[in-house]
Design a protein around this ligand. Structure first.
Ligand code: FEO
Length: 390
């Protein structure tokens, strides 16, 4: 449980959740961290805290540096319980500490913990002097909840960015340059796709603020700290938040008797013939949160399901529910599937894709099993449609 000094007097004292595999529906294969940062100054300051079950780990790290009872100030950049869950235990140790948060943050903390702690509301542009250092507060509503803010320390050139720029990675490494670059960027992409994607416009506002700051270190609330690859992650956030998509088609499906799968492969052939990169994503073997990582940069979203009991398969319905919540925009959709009678699944999928605001291609519906002529027609018709919109 060692604290890690990041700059003189500034320490990582968070929790490393090696076993975490599910973050409300997001498969976190590599675990996660809840990053909490201790600043030793005239006023001892803690920025964010950890999930309730990691409180002892955080307090052990703090205790290595200082008696937790000496904490004067707690900055709560965000109230979600992965960053506030250990407040009740922490406040038993430093009951007189002041808690700085946005007005919405304070409201949320009261709703969660039913305590009248020493709350201090902050607003855009407020600056808190803690001795040799100043902390500047910038609200960033909806990245990730309405209460969010980031904290910037100009003397250290550190941006404490909370959920922004995070990745779900549990590791003993703390700084980006210590960790394999490609895995780090892939996990940052997955995190953006599954947590941040609905809030692209707000991310752009945050990036505009950050572009005016002199930043040597971005300290997020999950995963590795950005130091060597700040330009790269900011460039990726710029691209993702602008919905910069690629000529890439995802064929996302589940299948009952392999006919929908057969159609899926024919759809792939049509895109390949049209020189569009493709990816087959069978929902039986791909987790929906990994599918979303691909969705982040894909222009064509093809979704297929056979009809079962007048509906689509539950795996496809579950995916679409998750997908709609993350609100990707400006895509081209295609619904497909096979059926014995009824065939409702394809229309339901098409409706869902339209509800996302997508332009949709002609639905592909196949009764029972297609013959070679029907398969050829599916491909030729799709190639023609892709040609018109590419
Ligand atoms: Fe990592 Fe919105 O909490």
């Amino acid at each position: 449980m060692k604290a890690r000094e990041l700059k003189k007097g500034i320490y990582f004292v968070g929790g490393i959740d090696w076993d975490l595999r599910d973050f409300h529906g997001y498969l976190t294969q590599k675990g996660s961290t809840y990053n909490s940062y201790l600043i030793i100054d005239e006023k001892i300051t803690l920025i964010d805290n950890v999930k309730y079950y990691m409180a002892d780990e955080m307090i052990a790290r703090i205790s290595e540096i200082i008696d937790p009872g000496k904490i004067d100030i707690i900055i709560q950049n965000h109230i979600e319980m992965d960053h506030s869950g250990s407040l009740p235990l922490l406040m038993e140790k430093c009951p007189n500490a002041e808690i700085y948060a946005t007005a919405k943050g304070i409201y949320g903390l009261k709703r969660h913990y039913k305590k009248e702690w020493n709350f201090v509301p902050v607003k855009n542009g407020d600056i808190l002097n803690i001795g040799k250092r100043n902390l500047h507060f910038v609200p960033t509503p909806m990245v990730h909840w309405p209460d969010n803010m980031v904290t910037y320390c100009p003397e250290e050139k550190i941006l404490f960015s909370n959920d922004s720029f995070g990745q779900h990675i549990a590791s003993s490494e703390r700084i980006d340059k210590e960790y394999p670059y490609s895995i780090l960027m892939e996990e940052a992409k997955k995190y953006y796709a599954n947590i941040v994607m609905p809030y692209g416009k707000m991310v752009q506002k945050e990036l505009a603020v950050a572009s005016k700051l002199d930043i040597e270190m971005i300290c997020p609330s999950h995963g590795l700290i950005w130091e060597e690859h700040i330009n790269e992650i900011v460039a990726e956030y710029t691209k993702w938040s602008k919905n910069d998509i690629e000529e890439k088609a995802l064929i996302i499906y589940d299948t009952m008797w392999k006919t929908t799968e057969k159609i899926a492969h024919k759809i792939q052939e049509a895109f390949e013939e049209s020189n569009v990169t493709t990816k087959m994503l069978n929902l039986k073997v791909n987790h929906i949160s990994d599918v979303m990582t691909e969705v982040l940069t894909a222009k064509y979203i093809c979704v297929g399901s056979p009809t079962l009991n007048n509906n689509m398969l539950s795996s496809v319905a579950g995916f679409l529910s998750y997908f709609k919540g993350l609100a990707p925009k400006g895509r081209i959709g295609l619904a497909f599937g096979s059926y014995g009678w009824g065939g409702q699944s394809i229309g339901l999928i098409d409706d869902d894709l339209k509800k996302c605001g997508f332009t949709t291609l002609e639905k592909i519906r196949v009764e029972y099993i297609p013959d070679d002529d029907e398969m050829k027609m599916i491909k030729d018709n799709l190639v023609k449609q892709i040609g018109k919109i590419k």
